[in-house]
Design a protein around this ligand. Structure first.
Ligand code: DHB
Ligand code: FE
Length: 311
């Protein structure tokens, strides 16, 4: 009897990775990447003697992960988001354009289309009881030559006092703690909010399950996100960290960067900040952003990661 359909692991892998419909349909890039990942997994299963029950439990976990919308938590927690930043940094160094404010991960919690204002904004909700220490963050957006960038769009978002983000938290108003600010003629922006606490992944769900099994926490230190765009400038996605947080050097998403830990100036007098509703000393954060020149129009588009990748 012929042995046409009895395979070893290696023979099966070759068949999986070489099978094609006749003609040239499909994508070579997708084929190459799929072949590599499937091959690596075949070998991992074999090397680690992964049982059928372990494989199907993992398959069930992945199905639940997809259904839960927590894919972006896992990519951050397993270091992929930071990996992409490391690779972009390396490419910048190789191209002689490693300048400006360091990039930091976007994270999975950005929402496009926040309310827009010029020069200044209240990022916290006016009229509500302030659930934290009043903060004003302000500074200038600059280009690579240090010149102010007028009309830059500064998109800012952060967690509330419970460490949760609007849109993903049904208890918050639409776009709560999310604003866009257009810099003035001198490239300045400023906003009022409150010092956010750190963030913790949802305690129940596929992400928490994996992290429990790994013996890892799911905490991020206190941070504020930015996505900054201007014509001719490369979009800058970054975060600043507030100093003093327990998790500042132990971020579950590995996103802290040494150049992005801000200084707090507590007790700054209220004078000059009346238009932000401030009448008592507050905590000030001064931070200038420096952008890179965009190499092409694509790089300057004010797009978040998913909009850039899949439209
Ligand atoms: C995650 C949460 C964040 O607030 C963030 O900035 C990055 C990642 C997360 O849950 O994965
Ligand atoms: Fe965040």
């Amino acid at each position: 009897m012929s042995q046409k359909n009895e395979f070893t692991l290696q023979q099966l892998l070759e068949r999986v990775n070489s099978r094609r419909r006749s003609g040239d349909a499909g994508s070579d890039r997708v084929r190459t990447i799929t072949a590599r990942i499937v091959g690596d997994l075949f070998r991992a299963i074999d090397d680690l003697d992964v049982s059928a029950d372990e494989f199907w439990a993992a398959s069930d976990w992945l199905s639940r992960l997809g259904a839960s919308g927590q894919m972006g938590l896992i990519t951050a927690g397993l270091g992929f988001d930071r990996l992409l930043d490391i690779r972009d940094d390396e490419a910048d160094r190789a191209a002689g354009r490693a300048t400006g404010t360091p990039r930091a991960i976007e994270g999975p919690l950005y929402i496009a289309g926040a309310p827009l204002s010029r020069y200044e904004a209240r990022v916290d909700e006016e009229g509500e009881q302030i659930p934290g220490e009043v903060m004003v963050m302000e500074g200038v957006v600059r280009d690579a030559q240090g010149r102010p960038v007028a009309g830059a769009l500064v998109d800012v978002w952060h967690a509330n006092e419970k460490g949760r983000y609007s849109h993903f938290d049904p208890d918050q108003k639409e776009f709560a703690l999310r604003r866009r600010i257009e810099t003035d003629a001198q490239g300045r922006y400023r906003f009022r909010s409150y010092l956010p606490p750190g963030y913790e992944i949802p305690p129940v769900g596929p992400t928490a399950e994996l992290f429990q099994a790994l013996g890892r926490h799911g905490n991020r230190p206190a941070h504020i996100h930015f996505l900054i765009a201007a014509p001719g400038q490369r979009v800058l996605t970054t975060q600043v960290n507030l100093p003093g947080d327990t998790f500042i050097d132990d971020d579950f998403a590995f996103a802290t960067r040494d150049g992005l830990v801000v200084t707090l100036e507590p007790g700054t007098p209220a004078a000059g900040y009346e238009s932000l509703g401030i009448s008592a000393p507050f905590t000030r954060v001064q931070f200038d952003f420096t952008m890179q020149v965009a190499r092409d129009e694509e790089e300057s588009k004010p797009l978040a990661r998913m909009a850039r990748a899949v439209g």
